[in-house]
Design a protein around this ligand. Structure first.
Ligand code: SME
Length: 152
């Protein structure tokens, strides 16, 4: 992980272990990431509503989206809810199973959050930059999502 992500992870982990409420921590993490990483333009959490096989939008930073609920299996977010694996889409125009939020978005990364091995939520990040994501992004976000599991 590069130094920028390592220091950002440290800041984020301080928030995760703070006394603040779960919703406050999640919201402040979205804000931190959206403000500190130039290629993160929209950062949000979707949580699983298991009985209805639906992802529901939780705290986010960036422009409001009409996609406040996404069926499991639909779009990049819905695919990750099934695969339980991180997914990077460097060019959203090349992704068939994609739900567009804004025409400005060029790429997307989604990381699942597993609690005791079960999918509970995910972090979704949209970028207005084409092909911006590297292994550093993934490593940073996986470490963050591991630490966040207890907040769900
Ligand atoms: N692009 C996502 C939908 C959610 S928005 O990015 C906020 C998808 O394809 O699942």
């Amino acid at each position: 992980m590069n130094i920028t992500f390592a220091s950002l992870l440290e800041k984020a982990l301080q928030l995760v272990s703070s006394e603040k409420s779960d919703q406050t921590v999640l919201f402040e993490i979205t804000t931190l990431l959206e403000q500190e990483v130039a290629h993160y333009n929209w950062v949000g959490f979707y949580t699983l509503d298991k009985p209805n096989a639906m992802l529901r939008l939780g705290p986010f930073s960036g422009l409001p989206t009409e996609h406040t609920e996404i069926p499991v299996g639909k779009g990049v977010c819905g695919q990750v809810a099934l695969s339980l694996k991180p997914k990077i889409v460097q060019d959203v125009r090349k992704e068939d199973n994609y739900i567009a939020c804004s025409l400005d978005v060029k790429s997307e990364i989604v990381i699942p959050i597993l609690k005791n091995g079960e999918f509970v939520a995910e972090i979704d990040i949209d970028s207005n930059t084409p092909s911006p994501f590297t292994a550093d992004d993934e490593q940073f976000l996986v470490a963050l999502c591991d630490a966040l599991a207890n907040r769900f």
